[in-house]
Design a protein around this ligand. Structure first.
Ligand code: DGT
Ligand code: CA
Ligand code: CA
Ligand code: ZN
Length: 577
């Protein structure tokens, strides 16, 4: 299927290659411009081309040549010139362009002088000190390139965000449910365990009919790009977009054992198998066996029960003590959706949100919530039309007035206040003191040293009016590394000052991540699962944040927004005394 962002990426890559080849600057610029134009289209390019081919010519800077290339892309899924240009370069060279701090000019220089065509060769040359001495490069640029390579590797792991996997898998499963005779159909693997990213998808099915029908529907799905393997009861495919999916059709009597096995993790399975051995049992993907006799396998509950264990939630299956806890009947009662009573970080039209205060209240109530904290941006975030003292005072008044009208629903007057470069806050103490909930976050000057970033964050935690630190590390999964910040020190400060830390539930953020959330829980620091919603649908991101909390072993008590509004107000008041 044609996609605007894929076409934009193709145009940008063409420009990069032409740049490396030293082509005419105007030609290069035309492709970069076309990439930008396509990226910003509000309509899918494939639909536009069909609906109104002439519309292409009205786009700024799209001449006849580019017009033809867009049509070619929509018809063939690629562009001949692009394929040829790619073929003209040594393999690997294009990957070098993805390294931040390396533009086409540098890639060309490295290739022509040192013959570097891969990330590995670049790293070796930098480590050997071969880059200094090249025109415009010194020891500093060498160190910078090494740092960029490390960043590139930790961001480009070949894994996809859980929510992206969900968006791909949901319609696929719906398609498979349409197969006659299908009974169970469950995703397993890291997806079922709720890991923040997923390597590949593993799906299990049982059927009353023929497994071949299920396999056929699986491999013939419209989004399948390649079929890697296809047998009588299993198959593997790669979808458009690159995600691999493995399907197994298993006998109904083994479904529980297979689901257990393929949910993993591998480490959990290894520990579980050795427990089985101690009981004189054999555990496999087919069932639990004593000698040759199968004693369990139909359901997961049965499999765990055969090992004298209660069922263990998939999020805990990482061999981090869950089997021991289960054996002692001491598994935590993990927080779940029904425990969440409100959201303590949402935006309205006062800053960059889509709904006004009443609108947000309405959609929060529709989700069964009992309260909401309105936390628009403060003035430092000028691009989001952040609030200054005067506008915030007016908003507090408005919130108080609406609060009085509401029955069985509490409204917190709040703010997402920026922590400035020196650790001070972006609004005066007078106005902050009037609020019911203060979320503090760092949006600017985030390139400071670890010591400075940590000092800033702790200064915010120490501030008497701050209640919670939002997205504490600033990372964007696969896009931006966390700030340099000492999370041990931050969590210790939050403990000492009785402050909460946010699990930002945006699927791009998940920040705190599960390790940090676990550290916070152990330290007795309440975590607050917030969506940071800017519109109605983003409120439903709460489920992604819940998964992080569950993988961090959080019970409802550990999560601030499972408490009643009265308890949250009391928690703040106690701190002030
Ligand atoms: P991923 O795909 O990298 O995000 O992670 P998983 O956990 O989904 O791993 P995957 O797809 O390689 O395998 C799915 C499950 O199958 C895994 O969680 C446990 C099980 N499994 C795979 N290989 C082994 C193995 O060698 N031993 C055991 N005990 N289990 C395995
Ligand atoms: Ca997997
Ligand atoms: Ca797999
Ligand atoms: Zn926010």
């Amino acid at each position: 299927m044609p996609s605007n962002s894929e076409l934009a990426a193709i145009f940008n890559t063409i420009a990069d290659i032409l740049d490396i080849q030293g082509a005419n600057v105007f030609r290069v610029r035309a492709y970069r411009n076309a990439a930008r134009v396509v990226e910003q289209l509000s309509e899918p390019i494939g639909e536009l081309v069909v609906r109104d081919p002439k519309a292409l010519d009205r786009l700024p800077g799209i001449g006849k040549g580019l017009h033809e290339k867009i049509v070619e892309y929509c018809q063939r899924g690629t562009i001949t010139e692009y394929e040829e240009l790619k073929g003209s370069l040594p393999a690997g060279l294009l990957e070098l362009l993805n390294i931040p701090s390396l533009g086409p000019k540098r890639v060309k220089l490295l290739y022509e002088t040192l013959g570097i065509t891969t990330v590995e060769a670049l790293e070796a040359a930098a480590l050997a000190g071969q880059l200094r001495g090249l025109p415009g490069m010194g020891e500093k640029s060498e160190a910078k390139i090494l740092k960029s390579i490390r960043e590139y590797r930790s961001l480009h792991t070949g894994r996809v965000q859980w929510a992206v996997a969900e968006a791909v898998l949901t319609p696929y499963l719906a398609h498979l449910r349409g197969v006659g005779g299908i009974r169970e159909l469950e995703p397993a693997g890291s997806y079922r365990r709720g890991r923040e990213t997923v390597g590949d998808l593993d799906v299990l099915a049982t059927t009353r009919g023929s497994p071949a029908d299920v396999i056929a529907a699986f491999t013939e799905y419209k989004e399948v790009k390649d079929v890697l393997a296809q047998g009588d009861t299993k198959a593997s495919v790669v979808l458009q977009g690159g995600l691999q999916v493995d399907l197994r059709v298993v006998p109904p009597g083994s479904f529980g054992a297979a689901l257990q096995y393929f949910t993993g993790s591998k480490e959990h399975n290894v520990a579980l198998r050795s427990r089985a051995k101690e009981y004189g049992l054999k555990l496999s993907e087919y069932g639990v066996f004593r000698e040759e006799k199968m004693v369990a396998g139909r359901t997961e509950e049965e499999v765990y029960a055969a090992l004298e264990l209660p069922w263990i939630p998939p999020e805990l299956r990482e061999n981090r003590g869950e089997i021991e806890a289960a054996a002692m009947r001491a598994l935590p009662r993990l927080v779940e959706r029904g425990d969440i009573q409100g959201d303590m970080h949402v935006h309205t039209t006062a800053s960059d949100g889509a709904l006004d205060i009443r609108g947000m209240v309405k959609v929060a109530r529709a989700r069964g919530y009992r309260y909401l904290a309105i936390t628009d941006h403060s003035k430092a975030v000028a691009i989001a039309h952040g609030l200054d003292e005067q506008r915030l005072r007016a908003q507090i008044k408005e919130i108080r007035a609406i609060r009085r009208e509401l029955i069985d629903f509490d409204l917190f007057a709040g703010i997402e206040v920026d922590v400035l470069r020196d650790g001070s806050l972006d609004l005066s103490d007078e106005v902050l003191g009037e609020l019911d909930f203060v979320v503090a976050s760092l949006h600017f000057s985030t390139e400071l040293s670890e010591a400075e970033m940590t000092r800033r964050m702790i200064a915010a935690i120490e501030h008497p009016f701050v209640d919670c630190i939002a997205h504490p590390t600033g990372r964007l999964i696969g896009e931006r590394l966390p700030y340099a910040v000492d999370m041990n020190a931050v969590i210790e400060a939050a403990r000492a000052y009785h402050k909460a830390l946010e699990i930002n539930a945006s699927p791009h953020r998940l920040d705190l991540n599960e390790q940090h959330a676990d550290m916070a829980r152990r330290a007795g620091v309440p975590v607050c699962i917030n969506t940071d919603a800017h519109c109605e649908l983003e409120l439903d991101n709460i489920r992604f944040g819940l998964t992080v909390a569950r993988r961090a072993w959080c019970t409802p008590d550990d999560v601030l927004n499972t408490w009643s509004a009265a308890k949250i107000r009391e928690w703040r008041a106690r701190r002030r005394r």
